[in-house]
Design a protein around this ligand. Structure first.
Ligand code: 6PG
Length: 243
């Protein structure tokens, strides 16, 4: 897996780099074209979204973005658990992105029905590559159990399924989720893992240094055909990586 690792001294520096990447990529988009992005949930994106709102609301061509999600909790959009609500409150309501460019996963609907509906929506809105929709950029988080999106270690089938979105269950809480599958993840043009905090130190080192083996952790199975995968870490999350 050809990947690069970028370590930032602070979450602010990481957020600034995300902004610079978006500015650069969006400036390259041809007129009447869009940049399809898949967001993840979690605490790190929450900080980044708020930072972009506070500092880049008028400096990024937001209208060129089409916003999707890699996963969603099966709750209504107003629920505090909702990834859509987190993105809306911290970013989408603060920047000039047209509502028509935002495609939330309907967590309030029947999960199996919505997984199929959302796969159809993504297929109708996102350009194809290799016969599969290809996100220009997918953000992924990393759980300390090695999950990514809502693909947990008990569901290796989510990296072999032919579906683009499936229903998963978070171990422990048994909360239902709708998640992107490995098929769609690994067709992305660019993947950025955004991982911060000392709680991720060990799992980050295990996965990046290939010590876990490809079958133990879902995040270790992320291997886009484009080869463009960047681990964006803060100094805490990266502290066990071999220098
Ligand atoms: C979710 C995310 C999930 C998250 C990781 C890391 O819906 O919760 O998609 O995969 O990215 O659990 O979360 P933190 O950044 O909060 O550690």
């Amino acid at each position: 897996m050809a990947h690069s690792v970028r370590v930032f001294p602070t979450r602010e520096a990481l957020a600034q780099t995300i902004a610079a990447i978006l500015i650069k990529d969006l400036d390259r988009i041809e007129p009447d074209h869009f940049y399809s992005i898949a967001l993840s949930g979690g605490s790190t994106p929450e900080y980044i979204f708020q930072y972009l709102s506070d500092n880049y609301a008028g400096r990024i061509s937001w209208e060129k973005l089409l916003v999707f999600w890699g996963d969603e909790r099966c709750v209504p959009p107003e629920d505090k658990e909702s990834n859509y609500r987190m993105a809306y409150e911290n970013l989408l309501q603060n920047v000039p992105i047209p509502d028509a460019n935002v495609f939330r996963i309907r967590g309030e609907d029947d999960p199996e029905v919505e997984a199929r509906q959302y796969a159809g929506l993504v297929s109708s809105m996102v350009p194809f590559f290799n016969g599969i929709p290809q996100f220009d950029l997918m953000f992924l988080g990393l759980g300390d159990d090695g999950h990514t999106a809502s693909i947990f270690p008990d569901r290796p089938d989510l990296f072999t399924t032919t579906q683009l979105f499936e229903v998963a269950v978070k171990p422990g809480t048994r909360q239902k989720r709708i998640t992107v599958t490995g098929k769609l993840i690994n067709n992305s043009s660019k993947i950025y893992f955004i991982v911060t905090g000392k709680g991720k130190t060990s799992i980050v080192a295990e996965i990046i240094e290939g010590r876990s083996g490809p079958d133990r952790y879902p995040a270790a199975k992320v291997n886009p055909g484009s080869g463009h995968i960047v681990w964006m870490l803060d100094s805490e999350a990266s502290s066990m990586l071999k220098k």
